[in-house]
Design a protein around this ligand. Sequence first.
Ligand code: ADP
Ligand code: MG
Length: 250
Amino acid sequence: MSHSAPAGAPAPAAPAAPAAPAALELQAVTLEYPDGGGTLKALDNVDLRVPRGQILSLVGPSGSGKSSLLAVAATLIAPTSGTVTVAGTDVGDLNDAGRTALRRSGVGIVFQQPNLLASLTAAEQLVITDRLRGKAGPASERRALELLELVGLAHEAGKRPHQLSGGQRQRVNIARALMGSPSLLLVDEPTAALDTQRSESIVQLLVKVTREFGLGTVMVTHDTGFVPLTDAVAGMVDGRLGAPAHPESL
Ligand code: ADP
Ligand code: MG
């Protein structure tokens, strides 16, 4: 491209490209649960920004608030105070229908247990999520097969959960979370039920889909050995989140 600044005049500053909104932004998020006569702070003034294309590991002891952070980011629980922004949308501005729509297509959620339906094939587990979005038909079926291929299950599309290994079921779970083309992927202890080798390949798969689809991914994990495969790590203690750090810093 040619620049046409007059000779001798200072070149005009290139217009700053508008920064793409982060997949997730939490600002001063606090979540309190009633606890006996008082309250328990599951999240205490949490700030977090997850840009698209990056995967963050979230680590911390049991009860420190990791799943609560994912539930707030998933818009499943409204925080007591603070702001949750998903792909540029302030979740606090949405009504119930808006939050439901955001969960169906803006956010992918992967829990430790795949919760697959026993009677459905791998492909059907994916297609059924499009029915919930009011979509169905050949385009859904094509996308389901493409996603199953992407997660390494091209030959398993017709199998039911009992015909799949634990690692394969978790791959179906991940593919299913991608059906709505989310910008934010929230993953809670995806390797808790898997051996080391399968765990590593699941984390590698999460890194791959994060890059391929430009997702912002938050992965809660107790397997700190896989943290170096991710872009950053942040630790939680008693509802407080530390600043994200280089993954080798653990
Ligand atoms: P983690 O995922 O790190 O183990 P959680 O987010 O599940 O932590 O829990 C954080 C704290 O909030 C814990 O003290 C837990 O007991 C409490 N908690 C979680 N969910 C609820 C709930 N629905 N009602 C009351 N307390 C809760
Ligand atoms: Mg948890």
